[in-house]
Design a protein around this ligand. Structure first.
Ligand code: C6P
Length: 409
């Protein structure tokens, strides 16, 4: 049985106090906390088999290499990738998008070609495309969102055209919480012969995601949002496409043979992992995958749907508070973004922090869509496997106090 109260015991940080109050950590969309099992995997790396990978004939190096490759196989299985060679370890989602922008788009886009993203994208899936578009004379187009903050399928045929070469969209929005109709978007991309990329930063940690089912060419995600350390993430790429791409970064490890004036490339995925990789954190990501698999991703998703539904209902008690995004908890990820009349979210965030509650306030790196809604900042509570209804109750009760305080100053 999925029991968040039992799960909490695996997370040492959750028993600390903040400002003299028990920590209520509701900033999981920014980064998640880490269970003992992941921390222990890191400690074991450094205590038992720390060495450079893919470079030594000595035992430690071979053990470290095997552990990293085992982690790659775990990550591949987690996203249902047919071949672990399609999993490239990167620092985070941002680096994954930049890899595709620099190693695929710069070589494959020309004047008048189109890159399609949506208007709810995180800056990571927008700013890299702005650069390639301006370099190559390509056009950056936006899929609009519905009033509920979900990418509007009605616009697919208009925005995605035979000139479109790449479509890259976020699966679960870190602002509106909407789970976008990515399969349909991918189908339309394929219809016009475009590649299809998915930003899975907020979906892969929270629900079953299958690259086979999505039929995507690229999927990007970050380890730190799924119980692993920061500085490790993955880009899945369809191996046949990765084979044809030029490397992103050049140097050691990504080469097969080097002469003074030229070089040939290593196999995929090593071709895209220049320099010494962050293998200890890759191993810890493997441990995080083990932990999530033991919980079961269907159960993780179910827990967040229930918690989200509970939070949406509880937020209705808060008079001035407006929740952004779909009303149906089944169409949302486990995060609730909100405004509270004229009260600045930073003031609310500071008030909550005094009570030990961590939420995120600001534009959440989704500045253009905030601007489109006429907002400068919002508050956001985001949930994960260890959060409970009691914490939602405490959040709502504290928000009530905050609203009373700021409205009667
Ligand atoms: N969103 C948030 O608080 P990185 O920083 O590279 O690990 O992930 C970038 C990223 C890309 N796409 C989406 C949908 C995201 O939510 C994020 C990270 C965090 O919302 C930090 S800004």
């Amino acid at each position: 049985m999925f029991d968040p109260k039992a799960i909490r015991k695996d997370f040492p940080i959750l028993s600390r106090k903040v400002n003299g109050k028990p920590l209520v950590y509701l900033d999981n969309a920014a980064t998640s906390q880490k269970p003992r099992q992941v921390i222990q995997a890191l400690v074991e790396c450094y205590e038992m088999y720390n060495a450079n990978v893919h470079r030594g004939v000595h035992t430690l190096s071979m053990e470290a290499t095997e552990r990293m490759e085992e982690a790659r196989r775990k990550v591949a299985a987690f996203i249902d990738a047919p071949d672990p060679a399609g999993v490239i370890f990167v620092r985070n989602t941002t680096e994954a998008v930049n890899l595709v922008a620099n190693a695929w788009a710069t070589d494959n886009l020309g004047q008048g070609d189109e890159i399609v993203v949506s208007e709810v994208e995180h800056h990571s899936n927008l700013v890299p495309w702005q650069k390639v578009a301006s370099q190559k004379g390509a056009k950056l187009k936006l899929l609009p969102a519905t009033d509920a903050g979900m990418i509007d399928v009605a616009a697919l045929d208009v925005v995605i055209t035979p000139r479109t070469r790449l479509v890259s969209v976020v699966q679960t929005s870190n602002m509106t919480s909407a789970i976008n109709p990515v399969k349909e978007i991918g189908r339309r991309a394929r219809q016009v012969g475009a590649l299809f990329m998915v930003d899975g930063a907020q979906s892969v940690p929270h629900m079953p995601v299958s690259v086979r089912e999505l039929d995507c060419d690229f999927l990007a995600f970050s380890g730190h949002k799924m119980l692993a350390p920061p500085g490790i993430g993955a880009l899945y790429g369809r191996p046949a496409i990765l084979e044809k791409m030029e490397p992103f970064l050049r140097g050691g490890e990504m080469v097969r043979e080097v002469w003074y004036d030229h070089a040939t490339w290593n196999d995929v995925p090593n071709k895209f992992e220049a320099g010494t990789p962050n293998f200890t954190d890759a191993v810890a990501l493997g441990a995080a995958v083990d932990y999530l698999n033991a919980l079961g991703m269907d159960a993780v998703r179910q827990h967040e749907v229930e918690l989200g539904a509970y939070a949406l209902k509880a937020f209705q008690e808060l008079e001035e508070v407006d929740v952004i995004g779909p009303k149906d908890p089944n169409q949302r990820g486990g995060l609730v973004t909100f405004t509270a009349g004229d009260i600045h979210p930073h003031d609310l965030g500071t008030f909550l922090d005094h009570e030990g509650i961590a939420i995120r306030t600001g534009h959440h790196c989704v500045m253009p869509y905030h601007r489109k809604l006429g907002l400068v900042a919002t508050g956001r509570a985001s949930f994960y496997v260890y959060n409970t209804n009691d914490e939602v109750d405490f959040l709502v009760e504290t928000l009530k106090k905050a609203l009373a305080y700021f409205n009667h100053r």
